[in-house]
Design a protein around this ligand. Structure first.
Ligand code: SF4
Length: 95
């Protein structure tokens, strides 16, 4: 979690018992639920640093991508992200 560029910015906010990126699936599946996991899942940059430093090589960004897809289908998408996606689809650019 100390290698994650996002975690230090949101300390105390990401994860439940497991902090950092791995806290996203933990929150979604075990503690908290999908709605609580949504802001965390969409804050992850998918940079992959956690995979590089994980002793078990857990592919957290891949897991987060799957969680995002499920969250999108469920409608648990932060409004700013949804607006950016719609603008990108409509205008061909996010702004
Ligand atoms: S992929 Fe996500 S959880 Fe992993 S280090 Fe990057 S921002 Fe953090």
């Amino acid at each position: 979690m100390y290698e994650c560029p996002v975690y230090p910015m949101v300390t105390g906010y990401w994860g439940h018992k497991y902090m950092g990126g791995i806290g996203i699936p933990w929150t979604a599946f075990i503690a908290g639920g999908w709605e609580k996991a949504a802001p965390m899942a969409f804050a992850c940059t998918l940079c992959g640093r956690c995979v590089k430093f994980c002793p078990m090589q857990i592919d957290t960004p891949k897991i987060v991508e799957h969680i995002r897809q499920k969250l999108w289908k469920m409608g648990y998408v932060p409004s700013g992200i949804k607006e950016m996606a719609e603008t990108t689809e409509r205008e061909g650019k996010p702004y």
